[in-house]
Design a protein around this ligand. Structure first.
Ligand code: HEM
Length: 406
């Protein structure tokens, strides 16, 4: 077979070629095993089975007892010091540890908390659009909003925000195989210190709020919920790191791919703008399906299990390829077309159904809805120019640059 999902060269291919390869893998009887490559400075295991069909990704996501998120959901495994810096993150935990953390932090994403954020998201989008000049969409738009929102949620003072911006890129550099990995590693020393400093800052905020509670998120996290549960200092720091990783690149890449999709599909764009409120909800779901901003997460099998004719053994690794599941023709007819009227409900862009389903999905939807409303109403001619410059990654479907004009 000429397809090797474990090799970086696969992830350098244009997206279209990669999707064609996944379409071929979906036609095979069973998930294919890919022996892992040795990546310097990363632990490598024996290899993984690639789950490429929608039904398989859903089954593995749902059955978290057998398909464990421990010791980590990234592939290959991150070095031990990353765990030290980021702390143990709920995304890499199984219940009951995961469930406890999720119960506590879910309050950050309650409808009331999200409604409180709306005015601020609108103001941030308006400021971003005020300052626009034709150039790079990622730098001017997509990279700005999600990080701003996370800082607002956590109550990071303005003076510290430049530091967050500067050091946030490195936090995503460990989650996949990237050419920037070594460059990132050389920057790691100073960035790790900066990240730890940011964690300390959030912990300090937590202490302040414990004595002087407000209606903000940090207060909600450090004061006990009805079951008497609260985050410890270390957990609060780790949660902030997780938000920076999970909530930043994902929303930013959806926006960047999104403007390109609206440019390349004028009929869909016309339909959207003909009745923005009626269509924007499904447009965002279709963007997330089509883009699949997180291309893969891994699970480790805890017990012998038969998945769709494949005999899995305890300890085997499986990788859930969301981008492939989201183009499975058994679920999405004509999957390579961007169609804002299709039934997007079953998409797995925010993860499959199960305990780890994206906690920030509604926040991401809110950010995307508000930003596209601002862009399309104030700059009706806004459009992408040329092709995006993509980052080579097996994890994020990441746009580094996308030229635009209006
Ligand atoms: C379009 C944007 C986004 C996409 C495509 C996305 C995708 C995902 C996916 C696929 C997972 C599942 C992980 C798994 O099953 O192992 C996940 C989990 C998670 N996401 Fe998102 N995400 C997005 C935005 C956000 C935002 C804005 C936040 C917060 C600010 C966020 C916070 C989280 C958290 C905390 C988890 C872990 C949940 C758990 O382990 O219980 N995400 N996300």
């Amino acid at each position: 077979m000429d397809i090797d999902l474990a090799d970086l060269s696969f992830w350098r291919k244009p997206l279209k070629e990669r999707y064609e390869a996944f379409a071929r893998l979906r036609q095979l009887d069973k998930p294919v095993f890919f022996p892992e490559k040795k990546v310097p400075l990363l632990r490598s295991g024996s290899g993984f089975y690639a789950l490429v069909r929608h039904a398989d990704v859903v089954e593995a996501s749902r059955n978290a007892k057998v398909f464990s998120s421990e010791p980590a959901v990234t592939n290959p495994e991150p070095p031990g010091w990353v765990k030290y810096v980021f702390g143990e993150s709920m995304v890499n935990m199984d219940d009951p540890r995961h469930a406890r953390l999720r119960r506590i932090v879910s309050r950050a994403f309650s409808p009331r908390m999200l409604a409180n954020l709306q005015g601020d998201i609108e103001a941030a989008c308006a400021r971003i659009v005020d300052d626009l000049a034709p150039g790079d969409f990622v730098g001017q738009v997509a990279a700005k909003l999600p990080i701003h929102v996370i800082c607002d949620m956590m109550g990071i003072p303005d003076a510290e925000r430049a530091r967050v911006h500067k050091h946030v890129d490195v936090s995503t550099a460990y989650s996949g195989i990237r050419p920037s990995f070594f460059r990132s590693l050389t920057m790691a020393g100073q960035n790790v210190l900066a990240l730890l400093a940011l964690q300390r800052l959030v912990i300090r905020l937590g202490h302040e709020r414990t004595g002087n509670p407000g209606s903000d998120l940090v207060t909600a996290l450090v004061t006990a919920n009805p079951d008497g549960e609260r985050l410890t200092d270390r957990e609060l720091g780790s949660f902030f790191s997780l938000l920076l990783v999970a909530g930043n690149e994902t929303a930013r890449n959806t926006m960047a791919h999104g403007i390109k999709l609206l440019t390349d599909n004028p009929a869909q764009r016309e339909l959207l703008t003909s009745d923005f409120d009626a269509h924007i909800g499904n447009t965002i779901e279709e963007m997330v399906r089509f883009v699949s901003p997180i291309m893969q997460f891994r699970r480790t099998v805890t017990d012998d299990y038969e998945l769709n004719g494949l005999e899995l053994k305890k300890g085997d690794k499986v990788v859930l390829f969301y981008g492939s599941a989201n183009r499975d023709e058994a679920v999405f007819p004509d999957p390579d077309s961007f169609d804002i009227t299709r039934d997007t409900k079953p998409h797995v862009g925010f993860g499959g159904p199960g305990p780890h389903f994206c906690l920030g999905a509604n926040l991401a939807r809110q950010e995307l809805r508000t930003m596209f409303r601002e862009l399309l109403t104030r700059l009706p001619d806004i459009r992408a120019v040329g092709e995006p410059e993509l980052l080579v990654s097996n994890f994020d479907n990441s746009v580094r640059r996308q030229a635009f004009t209006f």
